[in-house]
Write a protein that binds this ligand. Sequence first.
Ligand SMILES: [Zn+2]
Length: 234
Amino acid sequence: MHPSIPFLLKLQEMDKKIIEIRKLLAKIPVETEKFQKQLKIEEEKVAQNKKELLQIDLSIKEMEAEIAGLKSKINQYKTQQLSTRKNEEYQALSHQIDNATQKISDLEDKVLEFLEKKERVSKTYKEADIQFHHFALEVKKKTEALSTQKENLEKSLSQLLEERKAYISHLEPNVLQIYQRIAASKPGTAIMPVVDETCGGCHMRMTKQAYLKVKASDALVFCEYCGRILFFSE
Ligand SMILES: [Zn+2]
């Protein structure tokens, strides 16, 4: 076994931890954004309900104004009836009054319908609003937890990077360079054990010659297929 192997293995362990921490760190903004998106959806639900409520109120007001208008028209027709002497005109006004009265009755039914709808939407709105506030609190807590996690991970990462820097200063530069080159394309698995005469990285079967070389030689041996550094472990 090449004398640098145990040191490279330790370096690879450090690198694996660094990779793991970086992965976790990369997940944090994704998580945060996910929560923010969900929160936005809840907020939009509340806004939508509120908008619907306002729309209902507006419709009710419009109908009430229409009713008031029709009522004043009826009074007008009645006054006109008092002053007319023509039977035809009187009948025509009676017809107008009947029409207006029917319209009022229809509108009043509709107002009732809208009031019922308002009650329903109002209930939904209140529930959505409560839910939104609960959720917002939850998101706040989760975001804070993620932020703490991020701080801790960043601290661990910078510690590890410091340790790594100190550690590699003791390694043979050319061996380190070889390791770094392989690790760049095979992070965390640049140096792998031989398992059942196959490469622990790509799992290809080794030639007998290569196998014996790994077992007996103290040179660095590379997998013929994937180029990883191989070592023999009992
Ligand atoms: Zn291989």
